[in-house]
Ligand binder design. Structure first.
Ligand SMILES: Nc1ncnc2c1ncn2[C@@H]1O[C@H](COP(=O)(O)OP(=O)(O)OP(=O)(O)O)[C@@H](O)[C@H]1O
Ligand SMILES: [Mg+2]
Length: 234
């Protein structure tokens, strides 16, 4: 059976008593790709952090392949199959590239590192370098590669393209396109996100204001203008 069915039902979450995400429901099928779009501060990162158990959940349910994750701590959610690449790029700056990758192995043999190097040859070239010396794009590759080494069934990506040059964005999106798993992608680069994903969820002030097919949203300039304040070119 194909894995990676992510179900989010009536989720309300925030920080302590503060509610940031309100009554959110969405399902991503195994191997599906969901884009999450929204202006700054609407709660995209809070939603991702809630999925991995790093916020206060007030109500609702999160399930992966039918297993309820809601009561589990972050570490158990990762073991259950959630791979998370946070907006902050999760690399250990004082460790080498390879040492960073090793922390993502989760008990797998060291030979599995070759999977990361096959996906991102640049990381192999730089494997002995300190992560602090990497470019932004290389750090993002490292962060993604490390998450993938844990063999998640769902990959959560929070603004992976932020601050990267267009050519580096191309490289990263190309590598991500080769990955066959469920992906939830938060992105400000709307056209790239809608091209990569089948479905799109638009958030405004913590609530879902649109859920539908990415291709339809791409063609609906009024929708994008209304909720994101942008018009796609072309
Ligand atoms: N640790 C925290 N404690 C309290 N409030 C927080 C915390 N992190 C974020 N917030 C608040 O939650 C709201 C949503 O923030 P969040 O980071 O989820 O937005 P976002 O959509 O990811 O924004 P961006 O596009 O800038 O990344 C904001 O009002 C923010 O100030
Ligand atoms: Mg964010």
């Amino acid at each position: 059976m194909r894995t990676g069915l992510l179900e989010i039902a009536a989720l309300t979450a925030g920080y302590g008593a503060t509610r940031v995400v309100e009554d959110l429901s969405v399902t991503v099928p195994p191997g599906g790709r969901l884009a999450i779009l929204g202006r700054n501060g609407v709660g995209k990162t809070t939603l991702m952090a809630t999925l991995v158990g790093q916020t206060t959940r007030h109500a609702g349910r999160i399930a992966l392949d039918g297993v309820d994750l809601t009561a589990l701590p972050s570490s158990r959610r990762a073991l259950a199959g959630l791979g998370y690449v946070p907006q902050t790029r999760d690399v250990f700056r004082s460790l080498s590239v390879e040492e960073n990758l090793v922390t993502g192995l989760k008990g797998r043999p060291r030979a599995a590192l070759e999977e990361a190097y096959a996906l991102f040859p640049r990381l192999k070239e730089r494997r002995r370098n300190n992560a602090a010396t990497l470019s932004g794009g290389e750090q993002q590759m490292l962060s993604v590669a490390r998450a993938l080494l844990g063999r998640p069934s769902v990959l959560l990506l929070d603004e992976p393209l932020e601050g990267l040059a267009p050519v580096v964005c191309d490289q990263l999106m190309q590598a991500l396109s080769a990955i066959d798993m469920t992906v939830v992608l938060v992105e400000q680069q709307i056209d790239r996100a809608l091209e990569f994903c089948e479905d799109v969820l638009i958030l405004d002030r913590g609530r879902a204001v649109h859920l539908g097919k990415a291709a339809a949203a791409r063609a609906d300039h009024a929708l994008l203008e209304r909720h994101l304040g942008v018009a796609l070119i072309g």
